[in-house]
Design a protein around this ligand. Structure first.
Ligand code: LMR
Length: 338
């Protein structure tokens, strides 16, 4: 455990001392103390995930009054993405919603979501996730102590750099890119002859600002809410991949919940999922417009030929990961495109 995490862990325990104290009270009062559900995530509140988490809190507390208290910690307040799974497994928090790119160490199956140019749009992602195959992926990490409760959408990824020209794959040759902790994304940037660097989300702005990296890939809502557009020159509208999430719980904790609590939380999760997924695309497009209006980074539109060149350059990634992911799974995902 890193010292940074230990320090934050101590702060977290101190901050929640009141809750810990209630567990020491006699049985009678203990029965009445609400179950505290800590939901930690790394993005800002004005994003699809940020809004989904707040909606879940509202619904869960309404459905289970006095029984459940949901505490949402946005913007890596407790810890960053590198530590959130560890914290969940330790029981320090009960819910997290990492991007599907961040589960590499727990399952290779979810790598399917990172294959470049696999999904035409977020609706295709939604259709695939709703299939029995998509749903079965929610439980693939149960033997590792993680259970998926829902998929939440963010949106399509765009590519940005601190250079004026960003039209063809050659334009990123030799550039340094921040990536999420994903081997597929690492291979994707290597295929472009660029230099990928895995980095926690909370460190990206500064890394871009100081030139530690030249570029990054993300959705409009993350590029806007993290102000990446203020420290990048060009954002190319590549739509080359997706950022989507799995809301996961500590499986032991989830299985140990009283049936009525589990039912209430499941219902709240379902409704919060519908809410967040409906607003995701709208929010991303609104943030795209805000970025365009700010006139800081140029938004580079790409022609069909340009897109075809990016697709071709990234193609080797599919072959590299086909064995780990499984051809059947890739084909099942492909079927969701119209
Ligand atoms: C990233 O690390 O870029 C994203 O996964 C952050 C997020 O949770 O949307």
């Amino acid at each position: 455990m890193s010292s940074e995490y230990s320090r934050r862990r101590r702060t977290l325990l101190a901050a929640t001392g009141a809750v810990a104290a209630t567990t020491l009270l006699p049985n009678l009062s203990r029965a009445q103390a609400p179950i505290v559900v800590k939901f930690s995530h790394v993005v800002a509140e004005n994003t699809p995930k940020g809004q989904g988490a707040l909606k879940f809190k509202e619904l869960a507390e309404k459905k289970l009054p006095g029984k459940v208290q949901v505490q949402v910690f946005p913007s890596s307040q407790l810890f960053g993405d590198a530590k959130e799974m560890e914290a969940l497994l330790l029981g320090d928090v009960q819910l997290i919603a990492p991007s599907l790119s961040k589960f590499d160490r727990y399952t290779k199956k979810l790598q399917v979501f990172d294959l470049p140019f696999l999904f035409d749009d977020i609706e295709a992602v939604d259709r695939f996730q709703a299939t029995p195959t998509g749903q079965s992926l929610l439980t693939t990490m149960k033997n590792r102590g993680l259970i998926g409760l829902a998929y939440w959408h963010n949106g399509m990824k765009q590519l940005s750099t601190n250079k004026d020209k960003l039209v063809r794959p050659d334009d990123v040759k030799g550039l340094k890119f921040r990536i999420q902790a994903s081997d597929v994304l690492e291979a994707q940037f290597r295929a472009l002859n660029a230099n990928p660097q895995k980095m926690a989300f909370s460190e990206v702005y500064q890394a871009l600002q100081t030139g530690v990296v030249d570029g990054q890939e993300n959705t409009w809502s993350n590029i806007f809410s993290q102000k990446f557009f203020e420290v990048q020159k060009t954002i190319a509208e590549t739509n080359h991949g997706i950022i989507d999430y799995m809301v996961v719980a500590n499986a032991k904790w989830w299985d140990g919940l009283a049936p009525d609590v589990k039912k209430g939380l499941s219902e709240a999760m379902k409704e919060a999922t519908d809410f967040a997924n409906k607003m995701a695309e709208e929010l991303n497009q609104a943030d795209r417009k805000k970025i365009a209006d700010a006139n800081k980074a140029k938004i580079q539109k790409l022609s069909k030929d340009d897109i075809a060149a990016w697709r071709k350059a990234m193609e080797p990634v599919w072959k590299k990961f086909e064995g780990d992911i499984g051809r059947d799974l890739i084909d099942a995902a492909l079927k969701s495109n119209k």
